[in-house]
Design a protein around this ligand. Sequence first.
Ligand code: DGL
Length: 276
Amino acid sequence: MRIGIFDSGIGGLSVLNEAYHRLPDQEYIFYADTRHVPYGTKSEEEIRGYVDEIVRFLIEKKVDAIVIACNTATSVAAAMVREKYDLPILGMEPAVKPAIEETADDDRRILVMATPVTIREKKLENLLLRVDQQHKADLLEMPELVKFAEREEFDSENVRDYIRKQFSSLGASDEKYSALVLGCTHFNYFKPLYKEILGEKTHLIDGNYGTIHHLGDVMGLDIKNDDDKEIIFNQPQDIVVGFNTTYYESGDEITDINRLSKYLRMLSRLEFVRKF
Ligand code: DGL
């Protein structure tokens, strides 16, 4: 099957990476809207326009299903494109439900990080009303992390200072929070830093597995269980031919080796952070 996966930028690669682990035999089209990143600080109307254009593009490429690998785009535009187009369109929302379930016996709170748009949208408010009856979740905007990620700045003192400053506004530590929900796909790249700053006893929860599992269910595909397997990406061909993937940036196919090398580096980073 041909699956389209898109995001405003490189965040969506975390979902593609999970797909490589769980559904390695499918064909993928990955689309990063690099011309318009970041989405998380734009207006709802602008984001709806971008998403509509990408979905139409992917349908022209004859995909069987689309994954919106972006919490922000899902929260403002998923309902609209589902209504308009006749193919499975899966979205992502912050994994608050698994976080609440996994920490049911824990008195500590849950910290949900996302973009400003995701945090102010009704979709998250409704989700919290449904699954967080005990009001355990605190919300935190992290818009700068999207920019750090796009600059490949995953481990600098500047990014550490930013995360520290944001966390300290809530007095965050692993004494206070049992779980940290990564409600934006760009946030995956910084997993080691959250642990370093909060402490080891906060569990990190992203929506990547849940999203790919859902895709498998909807499309009738068998999910592989390969938790311990590490994929080694050596050269650009590994992420193109090796996993049957075509990469696009805002409508332009990426064939240049230097540009593909960036995706290779990002996927290698994502392999590394899977362990956290
Ligand atoms: N990666 C996107 C998300 O999951 C949004 C990042 C952005 O463009 O602001 O929310």
